[in-house]
Design a protein around this ligand. Structure first.
Ligand SMILES: Nc1ncnc2c1ncn2[C@@H]1O[C@H](COP(=O)(O)OP(=O)(O)OP(=O)(O)O)[C@@H](O)[C@H]1O
Ligand SMILES: CC(C)(CO)[C@@H](O)C(=O)NCCC(=O)O
Ligand SMILES: [K+]
Length: 286
């Protein structure tokens, strides 16, 4: 058993693996140095699960339900499984927040994934590790050419061609950040939630005007990138991930159903990417 940890810009994403099988995922807030210490002292799987479930978590903490047939249900996990040789539960880390990386390096049995661990060609040195991992995970699972849309704090497009060569991508503020920045940097605009359904485009109140502006321009932008991708790679695949993926898919189904139909929706792309690096091989038999 081993733990994967992705340090994103808003929160932490945890994946509990049994070898190659992702068994359970958790989203938590950023955690303290004393939490890192407590986790390192866990001796059994149930202690690890307990400490992660009881840590400050975001409402969407989820039991993993994925497309991997052999994935263990948490109720079937060997909860009293004692770690035989390792001093602490093996932890594989990928981070886009350097200050947080430093904190987790105090964990005794930690491995850090870097761009050098990902066999994609043509990556530039400052490419985000989350983008590289999501692209690697999606491409190795569904094939290349692959374009990944990660709808997180930032929204990113990241594509690779049939030779697993980085084609390129783009970065823009994600849905939540676009709403927040309007509220923070104006005198009259309120903080507004994202609606579950596609709003009316021509709005007649402030709240709906903000929702419409952010959502319709983002959907138009996604459509434009997707069409450009298919122009370069007519058979190219597209996968979407990130905290806002479900909302975006629902909007896309209403506005551009022909695009929505062709998207692979997968919340755990970065975990698949981590599992498919050399680093994880060390953990497969632990
Ligand atoms: N419980 C939640 N807590 C925080 N954000 C959430 C939650 N549920 C959905 N979201 C949405 O997810 C988005 C953040 O996505 P995600 O969690 O993938 O980002 P992240 O952890 O910051 O990672 P990254 O830095 O890679 O974007 C926010 O825009 C927000 O609207
Ligand atoms: C774009 C984000 C913030 C998305 O999480 C992250 O991948 C990052 O910090 N990237 C570095 C810059 C780049 O990817 O070109
Ligand atoms: K920054």
């Amino acid at each position: 058993m081993w733990l994967a940890l992705i340090i994103g810009n808003s929160r932490l994403h945890w994946g509990l693996f049994d070898g190659k099988t992702l068994c359970h995922t958790y989203d938590t807030e950023r955690l303290s140095k004393s939490f890192v210490y407590s986790l390192s002292k866990c001796q059994t799987l149930s202690e690890v699960q307990q400490i992660l479930s009881s840590s400050p978590h975001t409402p969407r903490q989820s039991l993993f339900v994925g497309n991997q047939q052999d994935c263990a249900d948490s109720s079937t996990l060997p909860t009293s499984h004692t770690l035989p040789t390792t001093p602490s539960f093996p932890l594989l880390l990928a981070s886009v927040v350097p200050s947080q990386t430093a904190l987790w390096l105090t964990y005794p049995n930690v491995g850090v994934v870097t761009l050098e661990d990902i066999p994609l060609q043509g990556m530039y040195p400052t490419l985000g590790i989350d983008r590289a991992l999501a692209l690697w995970g999606a491409g190795k699972t569904w094939g290349f050419p692959m374009l990944v849309i990660d709808a997180g704090t930032a929204l990113t497009f990241t594509g690779a061609d049939a030779n697993q060569n980085l084609f390129g991508g783009a970065i823009l503020p994600g849905l939540g950040l676009q709403m927040a920045t309007l509220a923070e940097n104006t005198g009259q605009l309120p903080n507004v939630e994202l609606p579950h359904d596609l709003p009316q485009r021509f709005a007649v109140n402030t709240q709906q005007a903000i929702q419409s502006g952010v959502i319709y321009t983002l959907l138009a932008g996604i459509k434009d990138f997707v069409q450009a991708w298919w122009q370069s790679f007519p058979q190219g695949k597209i996968a979407i991930t990130g905290g806002d993926r479900t909302l975006l898919i629902s909007y896309l189904q209403s506005l551009f159903p022909e695009i929505a139909k062709r998207l692979i929706v997968e919340p755990n792309l970065i975990f698949w990417g981590m599992e498919k690096t050399q680093n994880a091989q060390f953990f497969h038999n632990s």
